[in-house]
Each structure stands twice: as structure tokens, then as C-alpha cells.
Design a protein around this ligand. Structure first.
Ligand code: ACO
Ligand code: LMR
Length: 264
């Protein structure tokens, strides 16, 4: 019989053979004709399906709301320093991107994991918080350096409002808000932050929309799709910062020595 040549790569998201490129089976002419937005394109290339408008709008909202948070945050700071050292656009961009991680912007997947686990195990918010504390772990998705119960993060307000209006269930969000009530008793800045809010809203979307099988939901959480929203969104702002420095012909950055505590 026929023996198929073994392939080195398996690809399941797109096809560039033939006359026309397609994303998850959708030809790019249709992507343009039907005016797919970036949320729709992420739906195709990450989730391998055309999502209903309320879901791709939510994706777009996540991208838009995390696109930038000023020049002082870790990512923008790195990008600015690299751009001022004369580095090219890609180097300046990745210098900023490399700060995205468990403390900054990259807590979305982990927050989805820990909040899902807490809800699945019927933990009271206090049990969940104290359990994490006893393990010596910070709760991903809780806490902010400048936002607090008094300095509310408008991004979180907008995301919550969208979910309350468009999602069929907000069970995980409601749980996270109970956790926030508890952590706020400990300190004013232990809010549900933008990473945590996106993480729990994805749990609500995945579990209540009927769009995904249990196995797909498991894969999305285990593989870790969700930090990708911060990475893609924030790239827009980081590129803006790199261009801004170059446009303004900013010279090499050197940190002020009087802002360093030399403690040899
Ligand atoms: N869970 C539990 N306790 C916490 C948490 C948390 N997530 N964050 C702070 N605390 C408590 C701890 O007791 C901490 O003391 P420790 O240093 O002994 O652990 C104490 O508050 C002091 O913390 P702060 O000084 O407020 O924390 P800091 O300002 O250093 O950190 C940060 C802010 C990094 C965001 C922190 O809250 C954190 O690690 N959160 C979890 C990660 C996260 O969600 N990051 C995303 C932030 S949003 C974004 O980047 C877009
Ligand atoms: C961000 O979006 O960059 C942040 O929420 C982090 C910060 O310190 O503002």
C-alpha cells in the first residue's frame, strides 16, 4: 500500500497552500469581506473557530484595555531604555515584552487556574485566600502597585460591566469579587486587578457560552492561552513608546545615582 512520508511539523490552524491563505478554514478574502475584526482573527487562529460577536468583542476589549498603561510600568520602561540606547524597533519591543510575567501582565493564565480550582473545590473565599497564604503564595490576579479601592481601575470596571451585560453567567467573576472583598480587609490595594479580571471572565466565557467542549476548556487553561491577550495588546503600546523616543530623539538613558541606595 501507499506509505505516507512522515512530516516534521503538524499544523492545525491555517493553510497557506493553493491560491488563497485561510485561517481555520476561512479564506482571507472572507475575513476581509465579512469585516472580521482582530478578535475574530484571534478566534480563528487561537481558538480555531469563528466566535459570536459578543465573544470577539470581549477579546477586542481585552486587547484595547491593556494596550498601554503609561511610560512608568515595567514593560514600557524597558522599551524606552532600549530605544534610547539606540536599539531597533524589534529589540526595543521585546525588551519590554520580556518583563511580562507573574508579577506584571502575565498573571492571567495563573489567575484562571487558581480561581477555577477554588470554585471547583467549593472553597469559601476566606479558605482560598488563607490557603494560598499558608502555601506562601501570592494570589495571581490580586493586588496592584498604584490602583486600590480608592483609586479604582477603570479597565476593570469596563470589563465587569461588559460581562454583566453580555455573558450568560458571571459565576467566576462573582466569586473573585467575594475574594476581593476579603483581601481588601487586609490591604486597600489588594483589588481584583486587570489580569485577574480577564482571567475570571475567560472562565465565565469558556464555561457558560456552550462554545467549547470540556476537553477544549482544559487545553485552553493548561496550555495557557490567556496571557497572549496581554502580550498582543501591550505590544501596541510598547511600539508606541519606542517610536515616541525615536521621534523625540531621546538620548541614552542613565538612572539618577541619587535614586540608588548604595548599600555595599
Ligand atoms: N496575594 C496575597 N497577598 C498579596 C498579594 C497577592 N496577590 N499581593 C500583595 N500581597 C500582600 C502580601 O502580604 C505582601 O507581602 P509579601 O511581600 O510579604 O508577600 C504585601 O501585600 C505587600 O504587597 P505590596 O507591597 O502591595 O505588593 P507589591 O506592591 O510589591 O506588589 C503586585 C504588587 C506585584 C501586583 C502584587 O500584588 C502581586 O504580586 N500580585 C499578584 C500578581 C499579579 O496579579 N500581577 C498582575 C498585576 S496587574 C498588571 O500587571 C497588568
Ligand atoms: C499595567 O497595565 O501595566 C499595570 O496595571 C501595571 C501598573 O503598574 O500600572
Amino acid at each position: 500500500g501507499k506509505v505516507r512520508k512522515p512530516t516534521s511539523i503538524i499544523s492545525t490552524i491555517c493553510d497557506d497552500r493553493g491560491d488563497e491563505l485561510s485561517y481555520a478554514g476561512v479564506p482571507i478574502s472572507e475575513v476581509c469581506k465579512e469585516q472580521y475584526n482582530m478578535g475574530d482573527v484571534i478566534g480563528l487562529l487561537w481558538f480555531k473557530r469563528k466566535l459570536p460577536p459578543y465573544a470577539s468583542k470581549f477579546f477586542e476589549m481585552c486587547l484595547k484595555l491593556v494596550a498601554d498603561h503609561g511610560p512608568c510600568v515595567s514593560g514600557a520602561h524597558n522599551t524606552i531604555v532600549a530605544a534610547r540606547a539606540g536599539k531597533d524597533l524589534v529589540s526595543s519591543l521585546v525588551s519590554g515584552l520580556l518583563t511580562i510575567g507573574p508579577r506584571f501582565g502575565g498573571a492571567i493564565d495563573d489567575s484562571a487556574r487558581v480561581f477555577q480550582d477554588a470554585v471547583d473545590n467549593n472553597l469559601q473565599p476566606s479558605q482560598f485566600v488563607e490557603g494560598m497564604k499558608s502555601k506562601g503564595k501570592r494570589i495571581p490576579g490580586i493586588g496592584h502597585l498604584i490602583k486600590s479601592a480608592d483609586e479604582i481601575d477603570k479597565r476593570v470596571v469596563l470589563l465587569k460591566d461588559y460581562a454583566f451585560t453580555h455573558f450568560s453567567s458571571t459565576k467566576y467573576l462573582e466569586y473573585a469579587l467575594e475574594v476581593e472583598k476579603y483581601t481588601l480587609q487586609k490591604a486597600n490595594n489588594l483589588i481584583l486587578n486587570v489580569d485577574g479580571c480577564i482571567g475570571v471572565l475567560f472562565l465565565d466565557l469558556l464555561h457558560s457560552s456552550g462554545l467549547f467542549t470540556q476537553q477544549e476548556i482544559k487545553d485552553i487553561i493548561d496550555v495557557g492561552y490567556l496571557n497572549g491577550f496581554f502580550i498582543v495588546g501591550r505590544s501596541v503600546g510598547l511600539i508606541g513608546h519606542a517610536l515616541d523616543q525615536r521621534r523625540n530623539k531621546q538620548g541614552l538613558y542613565r538612572h539618577q545615582a541619587d535614586d540608588v541606595h548604595y548599600a555595599l
